[in-house]
Design a protein around this ligand. Structure first.
Ligand code: NAD
Length: 316
């Protein structure tokens, strides 16, 4: 299997590549806007991975680099949903158009399988556990809108061009080498000012947190076991959720100053477009035989330790 990972130098991409190299050669394609060469350093040194530093918005370069690969993972996207509030074209370009380009390149080179990293944000603002068919509420952020548009394109390319398309809707992914997200934000803030932690929103936001190890195992499971659906859509997340209040408390406890004050904002949302409370039903993937190893609380607890070690530089 020859794998091509768009966004391969990023958080999830680099963890995915740690596993993909056991299946054959891998190319990471990344514009390095967020991704880091050091995440792939060992594999680059051993020659198991090739890194192409280029943009997914450049269709010619993307197609040329993708040639000769059979499986494409598309992980590149705007890393911060809230940036869409300031730059309204961001998700159109980095989400919708980049996904079109990845699909078009996969079509041109006749790739066999295409996996899209999507998100639970496609379900919109609904405080009920959502299964794959519960799309009645629609996304409330430009990021979520671009994910749903990308999903629709995977479905259309799969139908029109005989490409096996797979869509995984992740919960919030946590773990080492994170490039963004609440745990990293909180630890960085506590490093900058150890005495207090300000939290966007009232802290009652609660979401499913998926450890990156489970995320990677789930992606590979889908690739190996999902058959016959066009496209195959799966929630990839634990069924439970963890509150932001709990994450803040764990980050403070893991920081050098365990007595740091936590200052919550007001309002249910961290920012406009943020889905304050969400839950994903993992039943469809479970029926195929995959269950995540970590509950949301366990994933968060583990990840806080991992990220704290990276940010504060010593065991906690
Ligand atoms: P990340 O930002 O760490 O990784 C994305 C990588 O894509 C980065 O290395 C970045 O440099 C690269 N990239 C961005 N735009 C690019 C472009 N135009 N051309 C080439 N490379 C580009 O993010 P991640 O957390 O690893 O997320 C991977 C995917 O999973 C994204 O699509 C994201 O939307 C999705 N997802 C992530 C989470 C999460 O909590 N991390 C949750 C749901 C969905």
């Amino acid at each position: 299997m020859r794998s091509f990972v768009v966004g391969g130098a990023g958080f999830i991409g680099s963890h995915l590549i740690d596993r993909l190299i056991m299946r054959g050669p891998v190319t990471a394609y990344d514009n390095m806007s967020v991704g880091k060469r050091e995440f792939l350093a060992t594999h680059l040194a051993s020659g198991q991975v090739t890194l192409v530093e280029a943009d997914a918005l450049d269709l010619d370069k993307l197609t040329a680099a993708m040639r000769g690969h059979d499986v494409v993972f598309h992980l590149a996207a705007n890393p911060e949903a809230r940036w869409g509030l300031e730059r309204t074209r961001l998700d159109l370009e980095q989400g919708t158009i980049a996904t079109y380009n990845a699909l078009e390149a996969a079509r041109l080179i006749r790739a066999k399988q295409f996996v899209l990293a999507s998100s639970g944000t496609v379900y919109g603002n609904i405080d009920a556990a959502c299964g794959e068919m519960d799309l009645g509420h629609l996304p409330i952020s430009l990021y979520g809108a671009s994910k749903l548009a990308g999903e629709a394109m995977v479905a259309a390319f799969a139908e029109c061009f005989d490409l096996d398309g797979y869509i995984c809707r992740f919960g919030n992914v946590v773990g080492p080498r994170g490039t963004h997200g609440a745990i990293l934000d909180f630890c960085k803030k506590l490093k900058a000012h150890p005495d207090y932690l300000d939290v966007l929103g009232d802290g009652r936001q609660a979401k499913p947190y998926l450890h990156v190890r489970d995320c990677v195992l789930g992606l590979l499971f889908v690739l190996d076991h999902a058959r016959g659906e066009r496209p195959a859509v799966y929630n990839l997340a634990p069924g439970d959720q963890t509150s932001l209040k709990r994450i803040a408390a764990l980050c403070v406890a893991a920081s050098p100053n365990r007595h740091a004050r936590i200052e919550f904002g007001t309002g249910a949302q961290g920012w406009r477009g943020d889905v304050p409370r969400s839950r994903l039903k993992p039943d469809k993937l479970a029926a195929l035989g995959f269950r995540v190893g970590y509950s949301s609380d366990d994933a968060v607890r583990l990840a806080v330790g991992e990220v704290a070690r990276e940010v504060f530089g010593s065991p906690v």
